[in-house]
Ligand binder design. Structure first.
Ligand code: SF4
Length: 134
């Protein structure tokens, strides 16, 4: 089993990956993130199309430009698969964001608990000073 490594050795040699070099339609491009995103934006304008991968899942290293919106492509895929959601082009839930929120919560909870306890002990201290409970 071989996993794509973007033809790392060729990149080190200043060459393009094989698939990009071999593609007769020049349908793929590789480059600096900002340059690729800029070109993707221009192509989106040119085709009055859509981009997938810039924001999905917190942003990916591969972006796709289509003259047809990815929402329409997703709808067609779902219909073609009789609503079985095998391949989807929808905006996936950003699990990283969800995990980040849980992480923040797990940090905040004990702090809030301690503050609440301090607050409660501060209140009971005030009441005893006012000669409430002994
Ligand atoms: S030829 Fe393309 S798909 Fe294959 S390893 Fe190179 S970059 Fe990846």
């Amino acid at each position: 089993m071989y996993k794509c490594d973007l033809c790392r050795e060729r990149l080190h040699e200043g060459e393009k990956p094989f698939c990009i070099e071999a593609c007769p339609k020049q349908a793929m491009k590789i480059g600096k993130r900002e340059d690729i995103f800029k070109e993707a934006g221009e192509l989106k304008q040119q085709y009055n199309g859509d981009i997938y991968g810039m924001n999905e899942n917190g942003g990916t290293s591969t972006v796709y430009v289509s003259a047809v919106s990815f929402a329409d492509l997703d709808k067609a895929l779902v219909e073609k698969q009789n609503n079985k959601s095998v391949v989807r082009l929808n905006k996936p839930e950003n699990l990283l964001e969800k995990q980040k929120n849980w992480a923040m919560l797990s940090i905040a909870a004990p702090v809030l608990g301690a503050l609440a306890a301090l607050g409660l002990s501060g209140n009971s201290g005030n009441r005893s000073e006012e000669g409430g409970e002994s």
